[in-house]
Design a protein. Structure first.
Length: 233
């Protein structure tokens, strides 16, 4: 099977596509139907992250494609990826600056406070760890929101924080599943050395979008046909 065929024709028979899975069954169905697209998407993501400053743009673009797969919409991975990458670069970059800035400060606190000798050092380090985890979960909500809404940067960030709180259980599960992918990949090296370059990032993105989409649909978004996206209420 050629790379073009994997990206544009998918990997499922027509009879499979006529099924209508729900919940977690849909997540595994997307992997079954679109594993070729997920591999191609993973490679595009890695390449577009190489300049480093483009990582937020790449995360939005990844969310745009995986979101369309979760919604079972027509998807042209290369076109949809680069359209989101270039069209939303400003909002992506500003959201990334805010979210990665908070994450950097929180991780610094995790390292600094327990070693500071302060009486409350361990407690402060624990608070910083909670902030770091919550910030990562907010990223899972924020970048799909950039991809599928026209909200301003401030409203994306505010809504991402609020919806993450409303959907905290799902977002914690998504964070745990994503962390499990990373831990398993590291723990079973060198046998898992191909996981992240081949499909690890797209799998993590799919986990995040799958967990975030219902909350976005209920509380923020949106026109699922992408034909005139609405502002958050």
């Amino acid at each position: 099977m050629s790379l073009y065929s994997m990206l544009y024709n998918g990997n499922a028979h027509e009879s499979d596509r006529q099924a209508n899975p729900k919940g977690i069954a849909l997540f595994f169905a997307v992997i079954k139907w679109h594993w070729g697209r997920l591999i191609g998407l993973n490679l595009m993501f890695i390449l577009s992250c190489l300049p480093v400053v483009t990582i937020p743009c790449a995360m939005t673009a990844m969310s745009a494609v995986t979101g369309r797969l979760v919604q079972r919409r027509v998807c042209y991975p290369v076109h949809d990826y680069w359209r989101a990458f270039t069209r939303e670069w400003r909002r992506s970059s500003l959201c990334g600056l805010a979210l990665f800035g908070v994450l950097a400060l929180a991780l610094f606190g995790v390292l600094f406070y327990p070693r500071s000798g302060m009486p409350a050092g361990m407690a402060l380090g624990g608070v910083c760890l909670v902030v770091a985890v919550f910030d990562v979960m907010t990223m899972m909500m924020a970048f799909p929101m950039v991809a599928f809404t026209d909200l301003s940067v401030g409203r994306v960030l505010r809504n991402a924080v609020l919806v993450t709180q409303m959907r905290l259980g799902w977002m914690v599960l998504a964070f745990a599943a994503s962390a499990a992918v990373l831990v398993a990949t590291y723990a079973f090296l060198p046998y898992t050395v191909v996981v992240m370059p081949l499909f690890g990032f797209s799998l993590i993105a799919l986990i995040g979008v799958f967990a975030a989409w219902d909350g976005m649909k209920r509380f923020v978004v949106v026109d699922p046909a992408d034909s005139g996206r609405e502002d958050a209420r």
